[in-house]
Design a protein around this ligand. Structure first.
Ligand SMILES: Cc1cc2nc3c(=O)[nH]c(=O)nc-3n(C[C@H](O)[C@H](O)[C@H](O)COP(=O)(O)OP(=O)(O)OC[C@H]3O[C@@H](n4cnc5c(N)ncnc54)[C@H](O)[C@@H]3O)c2cc1C
Length: 599
């Protein structure tokens, strides 16, 4: 089985050269005091060690053993508890947390790279702390001072963890249907009763308390989503920072799943459990979106992590496995068979996975940069623009990264031939583990609907215009800059221009048809995919300009490789944008034609 090698060189290049974090962070006072590129590199190096030496060795055994349920008690696989203690002691749970409550206050640009390495090493393990980090964001943004000071320090430190309780047996995508009740009690808190299903980390043995963020309805709630409120419900009640009595929260069972077997997916029962309102009554879904948006990007990053691990495995195997003679200069004539890396189809698979991973990593950083600007910048105009980009691009990141993540893990597995299907090589686990990322946190179909409906059609494309202007501004800058005559870059920018013009035109078409709900619904996924490939063209132009600039002072082969992968992306992957565009243009008549009972 391949050992995980943290992709630190690529991460460092993206941070320092492409996103120029030293000047970005220097320009934002709250970040200038906290971090610079050197500190960020040192943190990432430590994170890489944590992922590869502490967490990765538990990936296979965790999959084999799985989380176990016995009479309400959930036990994580051997080694998880100790690894979590080390994780917590290192302060990793508070990496991007609010310093007022004991967090380290690091930028999200560091957080996404940290998450990627952790997911690459062990998706199941990583879900426990990432759910907690998301809950902290929602609590910090919407909770009372009392709740924040009581809970945040313990969540950041890893003394306690958190879960996100939305889904009920009859209510998944459509959360307006939830039945969990919240009844005000004489203490000023609420009695929460109901059953939630599929709750990641709802119960486990990693630490002493679990703080559930629960969506529920008050007795006089408005119907549908407008009647939903958000509550904090601890597993064990807390007073003066000490645990007191159990809070009638129990785990009825855990699910038996295709993958992420070491992550406990729990049925959670709340029986008049004491809960505290977070944010305003009836605004629970909006408050929960603070957590859900965070989790959506995080789950997108699960796609990148698994894809990266699959690429590393596939590339190592392909250099080693001898099958068939190659053709042309890459072959070794003295041997009966060449390593399969010489064969065009194997190279296609590996390059696709690599371009998927590196494009996604750059795009995750681009969104993280917007999140940091929105959170820390003192410039109102910048914050407004970043907020538009976050809203627009989060569903693209979640769905596109996880679709590509599955593609990459399957390609990595395919490179192994039959051995990819056999457990001991680890590739089949990656395919099983990444598959859920297309489903939870809102299915990828729902992400696409969010993009086309709420983020594009509902505001007449205003957020889209911000993105399109950003891309065009970047193209203009290139055309008047020092590299405008570089033939390799010019070829890429010509493709980028075509990609963004095509997406502009498609968005206009979508807007012109937006009064027809079926047109939005049936075209959503293809629109998101066209959007994803165009965005990646933007990313590859950004990284390529930086690679060319860096080549002036360095002959590091990494830089040339970056350009080769970029050229592969433009030649072989970007054409997919047109296929998706053509599908949207064709409209949904053929999708809606067949009567329900003919399916
Ligand atoms: C392993 C695992 C972990 C999970 N962790 C959590 C967790 O921690 N907390 C939590 O609250 N939930 C969690 N979930 C639940 C998860 O988020 C939901 O399963 C998911 O959002 C889909 O809901 P559903 O399963 O009810 O599917 P449904 O809502 O029934 O959807 C079924 C299908 O119909 C499609 N569909 C539904 N409505 C529309 C529409 N309007 N237009 C087009 N298509 C539509 C969906 O895209 C999907 O393909 C988890 C689930 C799993 C399996």
């Amino acid at each position: 089985m391949t050992e995980f090698k943290p992709p630190l060189e690529d991460m460092s290049f993206l941070l320092k050269n492409v996103f120029n974090v030293d000047s970005l962070w220097q320009g934002i006072p709250a970040l200038a005091e906290t971090v610079d590129a050197e500190t960020a590199e040192a943190i990432l190096e430590e994170a890489g060690k944590l992922a590869s030496t502490l967490v990765a060795p538990l990936n296979r055994s965790g999959d084999e053993e799985g989380a176990k349920w016995d009479n309400g008690v959930v036990t994580t696989p051997a080694g998880f508890k100790e690894a979590f203690a080390t994780f917590a002691e290192g302060g990793w749970g508070g990496l991007c947390g609010d310093p007022e409550f004991g967090g380290m206050g690091m930028p999200k640009m560091l957080g996404v790279l940290f998450d990627e390495m952790m997911y690459a090493a062990n998706s199941s393990f990583t879900l426990y702390p990432t759910l907690t980090s998301g809950a902290c964001l929602a609590l910090n943004a919407h909770g009372t001072d009392e709740l924040r000071s009581q809970y945040l320090p313990n969540l950041y430190s890893g003394r306690w963890s958190a879960s996100m309780c939305l889904t009920e047996p009859h209510s998944g995508t459509d959360l307006g249907l939830i039945r969990t009740k919240a009844v005000p009690n004489s203490e000023g808190s609420y009695d929460i009763s109901g059953t939630k299903i599929f709750i990641t980390g709802g119960e486990h043995d990693l630490n002493e308390n679990i703080v559930h963020l629960v969506l529920a309805k008050l007795p006089d709630a408005a119907p549908g989503a407008r009647g939903i409120s958000l509550f904090l419900v601890p597993k064990i009640n807390v007073e003066n920072d000490q645990l007191t009595t159990p809070n009638n929260v129990s785990c009825g069972s855990i699910e038996h799943k295709m993958g992420i077997k070491a992550s406990a997916t729990c049925v959670m029962n709340f029986d008049e459990s004491k809960g505290f309102l977070i944010g305003e009554a009836g605004k629970g879904l909006a408050c929960m979106f603070t957590m859900m948006n965070y989790e959506r990007l995080s789950i997108g990053i699960q796609g990148i992590g698994c894809g990266e691990m699959a690429y590393q495995g596939g590339a190592e195997y392909a250099k080693d496995r001898l099958q068939s003679k190659g053709v042309g200069p890459l072959r070794d004539k003295s041997k009966d068979a060449d390593p399969i890396i010489v064969h065009g189809d194997v190279r296609r698979m590996l390059l696709t996975a690599r371009a998927n991973n590196e494009g996604s990593r750059a795009f995750a950083l681009y969104i993280a940069k917007q999140l940091d600007i929105a959170k820390f910048s003192e410039d109102a105009g910048e914050v407004k623009q970043a907020t538009s980009l976050i809203a627009l691009l989060t569903p693209v990141a979640k769905a596109f990264f996880t679709d590509l993540g599955l593609e990459s893990t399957i390609l990595g597995q395919q490179v192994y031939g039959g051995h990819g299907y056999i457990r001991e090589w680890g590739m089949e686990q990656l395919v099983r583990d990444v598959r859920i990322a297309q489903i939870y946190e809102g299915t990828n179909g729902i992400q696409a609907l969010d993009l086309i409906g709420r983020k594009v059609a509902a505001n007449q494309g205003q957020d889209y215009q911000v993105f399109s202007a950003e891309v065009k501004g970047f193209i203009n800058q290139f055309e008047s800059g020092a590299h405008a005559n570089n033939p390799r870059l010019t070829a890429m920018f010509t493709e980028l221009k075509g990609a963004i013009d095509s997406l502009d035109e498609l968005t206009e078409l979508v807007l012109s048809r937006s009064s027809d709900g079926n047109e939005l619904n049936g075209n959503a996924v293809d629109y998101l995919n066209a959007f994803g490939y165009a965005s990646f063209a933007f990313m590859w132009c950004m990284t390529s300009v930086s690679a060319v600039e860096a080549q002036a002072d360095s002959d590091n082969p990494y830089l040339e490789n970056k350009l080769v992968v970029a050229e592969f992306f433009f030649a072989r992957l970007l054409p997919k944008q047109q296929a998706y565009t053509n599908a949207v243009k064709a409209g949904v008549t053929s999708i809606m034609a067949m009567p329900n009972d003919m399916f």
